[in-house]
Design a binder for this molecule. Sequence first.
Ligand code: SF4
Length: 192
Amino acid sequence: MHPTRRGFLKAGTGAVVASVLGFDVKTAYAQAQELKISKTTETRSTCPYCAVACGVIIHTLGDKAKNVTAQVVHVEGDPDCPTNRGTLCPKGSSLYHDILNDRRLLRPEVRRAGSDRWEPIPWDRAFEEIGRHIKSARDESFVATDAQGRTVNRFENMAFIGGCTDTNEFNYLVVKTMRGMGVTYIENQARV
Ligand code: SF4
């Protein structure tokens, strides 16, 4: 069969083009009609980009075996979340590409004083260095009493800011920890 140029342009879709060219498209149609989320596991989460903290549903494929990493196949707005009721802004709509991204940071990095680049650092060393910096900053700035001699026990050289995906439970622990050290500047943008 030799389609005319006009007939080829009128075809409009790949499936019809395939039909014009003589392929059997019934099987392709049947497979396309099955939704890609028909066999996925739904996990509810929160968009990490801004303080609106929209609810999202992450669809993953995988048999949940211990040595298998579930594969994310789709992310959409959560219609049951009162914040966004299923809607997502363009940033939230692109969340799938944030999860599946070769440039996604999966390990700690540090930029040393005077350096113009970030370098990878093992988790143990990152924890140890963070702890050491907190200790020295606290030792340098600790205020035991104010000008009137009242006990205040303030650690004023450090502040904490949390992200929009931090839960109430996480923030409870953060505030306990920070207040325990005397940190007074504590803030977060959580709405969850
Ligand atoms: S979807 Fe948009 S508005 Fe909602 S939390 Fe994400 S970035 Fe913010």
